[in-house]
Design a protein around this ligand. Sequence first.
Ligand SMILES: NC(=O)c1ccc[n+]([C@@H]2O[C@H](COP(=O)([O-])OP(=O)(O)OC[C@H]3O[C@@H](n4cnc5c(N)ncnc54)[C@H](OP(=O)(O)O)[C@@H]3O)[C@@H](O)[C@H]2O)c1
Length: 274
Amino acid sequence: MAERVLAEVAEGVAALRAAGVTPSLATVLVGDDDASAGYIRIKQRQAAELGFASPHVHLPASASQADLHAVLADFNADAGVHGVLVQHPIPGHLDYDRALQVLDPDKDVDGMHPVNMGRLALGLPGPLPCTPAGIEALLAYHGVPVASREVVVLGRGATLGRPLAMLLAQKRATANAAVTVVHTGVADWPRYTRRAEILVAAAGVPGIVRPEHVRPGAVVVGGGVRYEGRRLLPDVDESCARVAGAITPRVGGVGPTTVAMLFRNALRAARGRS
Ligand SMILES: NC(=O)c1ccc[n+]([C@@H]2O[C@H](COP(=O)([O-])OP(=O)(O)OC[C@H]3O[C@@H](n4cnc5c(N)ncnc54)[C@H](OP(=O)(O)O)[C@@H]3O)[C@@H](O)[C@H]2O)c1
């Protein structure tokens, strides 16, 4: 699915270039975290392969909040920059959420700006949060019916559980679900996950979803992960594959679809301004 979306993005970028517009996705890295630098390099390489220009700013770990805001203000003011990506996490003395609020919502390719969350809540057009949008697209691509089915999302976090619940409850052919959200405030959450026709793990607690939490034949989507160093520990225990009707793979699950949605948002931002 991710490959198909990226191929469509490449075509869209080529069409804009042919019309004299060079789509541009700017990236910002703060500090010297090896993993973050690696992720930014991968996204820049992918941006170049898809035909995006990708101006990059690397701020030192000692950068102030005002330094970061100044970089974002420059990109906001630059009509040649259509999307901006701030790699997170950023150093602990900086406030990511505050920086995000400085960014022009129309250039927010992560879809996480409060204005974009508001647009999602109201059903207005705007960049969608990438991981939730990727999950909706993934279900649609694999022909998993969502409309009128019971979806249970384990986790109400701002990047995944909460926006996904809003998205899948929207009035649209690939959504229209009966969505239930469970979290630490619901002590007996397995009562809900066991009746889910589609179960999405979005907790960030390795191995929290086990076969006894899954309704036999259910579709299980593993979104939550925790990194220990470079080791990726998913929420969904691999043994769930024995019970599930369909399940996202441990590696290559919602990560690639998230990245595909990021570039789709960047293309749409470029189209919106051209
Ligand atoms: N694969 C990707 O590309 C990708 C992208 C984005 C996010 N993620 C992953 O998605 C996960 C969620 O991220 P997020 O930022 O949306 O969420 P978050 O802010 O980390 O919140 C986690 C949620 O899970 C719930 N939770 C945690 N432990 C629980 C437990 N033992 N029982 C029941 N509920 C529990 C929490 O409940 P409370 O609200 O009650 O605390 C909270 O709602 C993370 O693992 C993140 O790494 C993956």
